[in-house]
Design a protein around this ligand. Structure first.
Ligand SMILES: NC(=O)c1ccc[n+]([C@@H]2O[C@H](COP(=O)([O-])OP(=O)(O)OC[C@H]3O[C@@H](n4cnc5c(N)ncnc54)[C@H](O)[C@@H]3O)[C@@H](O)[C@H]2O)c1
Length: 304
């Protein structure tokens, strides 16, 4: 099969690419290398790279030729960047998705998997988050991810293009960007400890997140690409567990054999206090569940 992976030079897209190659497929990457890196792309005769912008419809149509399925990971993934430039977010994160859907529909693509985000839930307090709960997007990033998800569903119902939206929580693993608001904190803590510096925790450290290892996210994508009842639906991709930032740092300190002695600073505006997913829909419809425990994932990340 030939797969198009948008954002294939980025963190998650490059792991999806690796997996598709290992499964014997051909991969075409469409990436503008704004945050993606050439060295993230596996060196293989089965990978074709198009340097281009998902915001440009003609480029997307060219990339879609002879493609069987799409993993649409390309986005401005930095929430602060979208707050600073909402028009750029709309162009890449929303219109880029519509470009993908429209080109996929005309090219006769079988299925499109869309990288959505837990950001769509906003700061509504009810936990754990289920896909049928109300949403409250609070940033251009979250608005455009939610609008893209609606576009995916509309393309399924209006045109029969199979689409699956995956709401990733905090994905971590090798090649993650240390400046990522999702899991960059892991790399930042690790770097501070490696340099004998005291890590900073904003707030009391009791804010919680649902960290999911990147290989599990890849597996969720692969299952979403074949599960018969997945099209037209959205799924949380997370562990269903929860970890406070204090616990996270303690775990990293234990692995590195260093004392836990963070510096606490006032919490940052707009930080969501708690985030945790209900993953029963992904279990039921995708037959998926995470397999990598947090500590094991950290060890793999530090080894890489
Ligand atoms: N990392 C997480 O925890 C997380 C959580 C929720 C959702 N997501 C979503 O998952 C996807 C992948 O995120 P990531 O963490 O791998 O980020 P990343 O920044 O590493 O990857 C994004 C890729 O998209 C490319 N890109 C950006 N704008 C583009 C454009 N206009 N045209 C073509 N390519 C473009 C970048 O160069 C990069 O290679 C994104 O859609 C992101 O919003 C990530």
């Amino acid at each position: 099969m030939r797969y198009l992976v948008t954002g294939g030079a980025g963190f998650i897209g490059s792991h999806i690419t690796e997996r598709l190659l290992a499964d014997g497929h051909q991969v075409r990457i469409l990436d503008n290398f704004s945050t993606g890196k050439h060295e993230n792309i596996p060196d293989s005769a089965d990978v074709e790279v198009i340097a281009g912008d998902v915001g440009d419809y003609d480029t997307v149509c060219a990339a879609m030729a002879q493609v069987d399925m799409v993993f649409h990971e390309a986005a401005i993934a930095s929430v602060p960047e979208t707050v600073g430039n909402p028009l750029a977010s709309e162009r890449v994160n929303y219109r880029g998705t519509v470009n993908i859907l429209e080109a996929a529909r005309h090219a006769g693509v079988q299925r499109v998997m869309f990288a959505c985000s837990a950001a769509v839930y906003g700061d509504l307090p009810e936990l754990p988050k289920r896909e049928d709960m109300p949403v409250k997007p609070m940033t251009p990033y979250a608005i455009d991810k939610l609008a893209s998800e609606h576009a995916c569903q509309a393309y399924y119902h209006l045109y029969g293009l199979e689409t699956v939206s995956l709401r990733y929580f905090n994905v971590f693993g090798p090649r993650q960007d240390p400046s990522s608001p999702y899991s960059g904190v892991i790399s930042i803590f690790s770097d501070f400890l490696n340099h004998g510096k005291q890590p900073t925790i904003y707030g009391d450290g009791e804010q919680t997140r649902d960290f999911v290892y990147v290989a599990d996210v890849v597996e969720a994508n692969i299952r979403a690409s074949t599960a018969s009842e997945a099209p037209g639906r959205s799924f949380n991709v997370a562990t269903g567990g929860t970890l406070s930032i204090n616990e996270l740092l303690k775990t990293i300190c234990d692995i590195k054999g260093q004392p836990f002695s963070p510096q606490y600073k006032p919490g940052r505006d707009g930080d969501i206090k708690h985030s945790r997913a209900d993953i029963s829909a992904a279990r039921e419809y995708l037959g998926w569940q995470p397999t990598v425990a947090f500590e094991d994932g950290l060890l793999k990340l530090f080894e890489a």
